[in-house]
Design a protein around this ligand. Structure first.
Ligand code: ATP
Ligand code: MG
Length: 190
């Protein structure tokens, strides 16, 4: 599961866990991106902060891991490079599921080398409030697995806004991540 994870929240964690159980996955690897291809780099928190928050968020799930592949690779983070790296690491002996939310999958067409990417792994798109997967092109509908999840309209954007406005973010993300945000003073001015 790739993402900016700025910060990681229960929407991400629930989606990952649901996919793990539904598709009987051995594990879920969270891959924070270094530089999202679609956002400006100065709008996002330091890679180390996003990585550490992800580590804190997943500690109580033995099936969850975090990978630094994209953080260690210079330049924009292209999913296809990451998938290829994982396939190589596991000697092509694994099937990779790429877990996304509806909003991310609806844009997949615009991703770098998307035609090749969707052939290298099994895409899963979780429903997300405000995004309609029925709009998908037939060619994508045929090959992805749509996963209906109880609507969670939690987003990192909303969490960042809440911190800036002095509102509570408790129960939207893990307590450890909340404490990290507080301790490091993240999102207060953005
Ligand atoms: P931002 O608001 O900054 O874009 P975000 O909450 O969308 O943050 P991302 O890091 O952009 O989080 O998302 C990583 C992946 O998780 C994407 O595939 C996204 O669609 C999915 N995702 C995030 N939140 C949810 C949610 N509440 N329900 C389903 N999928 C989600
Ligand atoms: Mg997003």
């Amino acid at each position: 599961m790739g993402g900016v994870f700025d910060p990681i929240h229960y929407g991400h964690l629930f989606t990952a866990e649901e996919a793990r159980v539904e598709f009987k996955l051995d594990k879920v690897i969270f891959v924070p991106c270094r530089q999202p291809a679609h956002k400006r780099a100065n709008d996002i928190s330091a890679p180390e902060d996003r990585y550490l928050m992800t580590v804190l968020a997943i500690t109580n799930n033995q099936f969850f891991e975090v990978s630094k592949v994209e953080l260690n690779r210079p330049g924009p983070s292209y999913s296809i490079d990451t998938i290829k790296e994982f396939l190589k690491k596991y000697n092509h002996g694994v099937k990779i599921f790429f877990i996304t939310g509806a909003d991310a999958f609806l844009e997949v067409d615009s991703w770098y080398k998307s035609d090749k990417l969707i052939r290298l792994c099994q895409f899963v798109a979780a429903t997300r409030p405000g995004y309609d997967l029925n709009k998908l092109d037939q060619k994508f509908k045929k090959i992805i697995k749509i996963m209906e999840i109880p609507a969670l309209s939690i987003s990192s954007t909303d969490i960042r806004r809440r911190v800036r406005e002095g509102k509570s973010i408790k129960y939207l993300l893990s307590q450890e991540v909340e404490e990290y945000i507080d301790k490091k003073g993240l999102y207060r001015k953005m």
